[in-house]
Design a protein around this ligand. Structure first.
Ligand code: ADP
Ligand code: MG
Length: 730
């Protein structure tokens, strides 16, 4: 009853002002002795455990910490009184806990946590799915802030509820001015450090940071773009001053935010441009590509007539190989468009010139597949091809490594085993990387360093937005295979819910009777024990009950290499009719007789991933099917997402939609941004600033040596060359 004893929640205005005054005072009077280089462990509230979590994200110093910006800002000056909430609106409510408890079925996916809260004007209900973690967290009378969408319960008109809102317990003393009475920064929680804790730690950091900090951004740029000084920008991006524009903040377009984004991109582009200027002076292999002997050699390996698109792309690649500057090319082509064939043709040119070629694949399964294809196509033409994966027998491995070192091995396919210390080449002239966005940039760079300026071909089925491409790789040349081999039919795709599974299995049985094969994919994403257990249980059920008369195989990532190979081989040969698999089959498995794929819990996959999976069927030119199975109760959003799959078989369209729905981070992995040192900027959101930063960086480099440029390159540090090497050369 505390809130009502105070007469509800009003009287806010008064203490808001007070609170703000205190923050400002705190900022002015606290001892300011820490610098940007101070380690975060010097901050109150950061003990060894939290420091460890921060370090995992690369946050070691105050500077790192202060570059961890909020992902959203919340207006906690104007709360919406519960009575005034309109259904469907996104609101922030400040209320008091009435009651909280766990209910619903405690089955697999977790229970529902029910929370009732009220303010002076009314009562609001909340439901949290998978709410086990909330048990015991709220006590009656506690003050909390809720943020999210409020709606009327469909079954009980008039009952207002919020589903899975964001919640924050307010501190015992409501005067803590970092939490209410202002626009409050909301941080993405990390490994048990809540948004609220981060807010406190960052506030402490700002309070103790020396009043003046170095600002390396050239004066003229600051003036041209009207950027505030660095210290003020950092402060305002974390704790916006009174009167700040909430909309601009949430669009990351206040002057303070723009400045921080710009400077990060500017330094990055400066490094890229400097590196590119150097790279132009470097010499790589210049191969001969026109000699009849070489043309003949390429023709000899072709199992079928290349498509016009494949021919065009090979011509583009050949032109690169001919020039003494290292090739740096991205090969973009939808799943099944025949990128591998082009890669092999490229390898033949390089091998005919006496150099070695390496193909790096993200999974063992894919490496093995590529190796089999290489044996089939390159072997008869007399090239020695080998496989290098970590799961090999030591003796075999030694032999392959020896072949690579002596030059006897001309073409090697492998996983990241290729970048281990032991892997050395006599003369690595070509690096091919398949499904590139799965590799960290650093891994790719390590492989490149095994040769002297090797030519690089990166293959991917996911189009990279130009902005992201510019940022991550600099100017990378692109080739596109925009045509599928003849005779392909689109995969007929349906979305259905769990209760129809018996009919789906019947249909699958029919396909098997026709002599075709079926994949059943189960969403094991990180191959954790619990997830694997579910997949294995499903396999047991299918093989013993549903398809007891058929041969069913099981494939997952935790199996040993030779087990995996045996399972795939038996499926390829048609000995097993149904293959239950985790997402390990996503790339590479190529069994033309497989005509149907059932994907369970399809709602848990991203579209791009579903497309990759679906690409495993429809390779034989006959009618083929993909069934996306969803839980009984499925929200509209997920359904809408899945209908994209029904509508189109075009991977580029699907990738675009996926990006629109989930953002590029999910698709390309924020890890890469991290590796490239981008913390504040988001290349897609900040396209305008990226272009501006790029323009300014180029101007600066083209202006030739200057004291300013030297100062900036010093600021980037001695490591800049290494850091940007990859970006500039692929
Ligand atoms: P991607 O790697 O682009 O997804 P693949 O290189 O694995 O595609 O090719 C998919 C399938 O198409 C393979 O079975 C391959 O043998 C076949 N293929 C490739 N190019 C052609 C072509 N020009 N004509 C007929 N089939 C082709
Ligand atoms: Mg491929």
């Amino acid at each position: 009853m505390r809130a009502s004893e105070r007469g509800g929640i009003p009287a806010r205005g008064a203490w808001c002002k007070l609170a703000r005054k205190r923050t400002e005072e705190a900022l002015q009077t606290a001892p300011r002795s820490l610098t940007l280089a101070t380690e975060v462990t010097y901050l109150k509230g950061v003990g060894p455990a939290r420091a460890g979590v921060l370090a995992e994200r690369g946050i070691l110093t105050l500077e790192d910490l202060l570059r961890y910006l909020p992902f959203r800002y919340e207006d906690r000056i104007h709360f919406t009184p519960i009575r005034e909430i309109r259904g469907g609106s996104v609101i922030t409510v400040r209320a008091e806990v009435v009651h909280g408890s766990l209910g619903g079925f405690r089955r697999g996916r977790g229970a529902v946590y029910y929370l009732t809260v009220r303010d002076a004007s009314g009562v609001l209900y909340c439901r949290f799915f998978h709410g086990n973690y909330l048990e015991g967290r709220f006590k009656p009378g506690q003050e909390i802030v809720l943020h999210g969408k409020a709606d009327y319960d469909t079954y009980r008109p008039g009952k207002l509820e919020m589903i899975n809102p964001e919640v924050e317990l307010l501190a015992g003393s409501a005067e803590d001015s970092t939490e209410v009475g202002r626009i409050v920064p909301i941080y993405e929680a990390m490994g048990g450090i809540s948004s609220r804790m981060l807010r406190r730690v960052i506030h402490a950091a700002l309070t103790q940071l020396t009043a003046s900090i170095p600002d390396e951004l050239p004066e003229v740029l600051r003036g041209r773009y009207g950027f505030p000084p660095r210290r003020a920008a950092i402060e305002e991006a974390h704790f916006p001053p009174p009167g700040a524009n909430l909309e601009a903040l949430n669009a990351f377009r206040t002057p303070a935010q723009k400045r921080l984004i710009f400077e990060e991109l500017f330094y990055y582009q400066l490094g890229l441009a400097a590196r590119r200027r150097e790279a132009k002076q470097e010499r790589g292999h210049a191969y001969s590509v026109r000699e009849p002997r070489i043309r003949e050699a390429v023709k000899r390996i072709l199992p079928f007539k290349p498509t016009a698109a494949q021919k065009q792309v090979l011509a583009e690649i050949a032109a690169d190989l001919e020039r003494p500057v290292p090739m740096n090319r991205l090969l973009l082509g939808d799943v099944g468009s025949g990128k591998t064939l082009v890669a092999f043709e490229t390898a033949v040119i390089v091998m005919e010139n006496g150099s070695q070629a390496a193909l790096m694949a993200p999974t063992e399964i894919l490496a093995v597949q590529h190796h089999l294809t290489a044996r089939r196509l390159l072997g008869p033409a007399g090239y020695r091809t080998d496989l290098l994966i970590s799961g090999m027998k030591p003796a075999e491995k030694r032999e392959v490594l020896e072949g690579m070192r002596s030059g006897a091995t001309q073409f090697v396919v492998g996983t990241h085993a290729l970048i281990e210390e032991a892997a050395q080449f006599k003369d690595l002239g070509l690096v091919i990387v398949d499904e590139q966005h799965r590799f960290g940039v650093l891994q790719r760079k390590r492989l490149m360093e095994k040769g002297a300026q090797p030519d690089v071909l990166v293959m991917t089925a996911t189009p990279i937005p130009r902005t992201l491409c510019l940022t991550l790789y600099g100017d990378l040349d692109q080739s596109v295979i925009d045509e599928l081999p003849p005779g392909r039919r689109p995969v007929e795709t349906r979305v259905t819910s769990e209760e129809n599974l018996p009919r789906v299995w019947e249909f699958a049985r029919g396909e098997v009777k026709k002599g075709r094969q079926v994949y059943v994919v189960y969403p094991v994403i990180d191959e954790s024990k619990a997830e694997l257990k579910a997949a294995v249980a499903e396999y047991e059920r299918l093989s013993k009950k549903v398809f007891s008369e058929l041969r069913v195989g099981l494939l997952h990532g935790r199996m040993k290499s030779d087990e995996k190979e045996a399972v795939i081989e038996s499926f390829r040969k048609g000995e097993t009719s149904v293959l239950v698999s985790t997402t390990v089959i996503e790339v590479g498995v190529d069994v033309p007789n497989a005509a149907m794929m059932v994907i369970e819990h399809a709602d848990r996959f991203g579209l791009a991933q579903l497309h990759q999976l679906r690409g495993r069927v429809g390779r034989g030119g006959e009618r083929s099917f993909c069934v996306l199975v969803t839980p009984k109760k499925q929200n509209d959003e997920a359904n809408e997402r899945l209908t994209t799959m029904v509508r189109t078989n075009n991977g580029f369209e699907i990738a675009e939609e996926d990006m629109r729905l989930r953002g590029p981070g999910e698709l390309f992995g924020t890890r890469q941004h991290g590796e490239m040192g981008l913390r504040v900027a988001n290349p897609l959101r900040d396209f305008d600033l990226l272009e501006a930063a790029r323009r300014e960086a180029l101007l600066m480099i083209e202006g030739g040596p200057s004291a300013e440029l030297e100062r900036l390159m010093n600021y980037l540090g001695p490591g800049w060359k290494r850091r940007y090497q990859l970006a500039a050369v692929g």
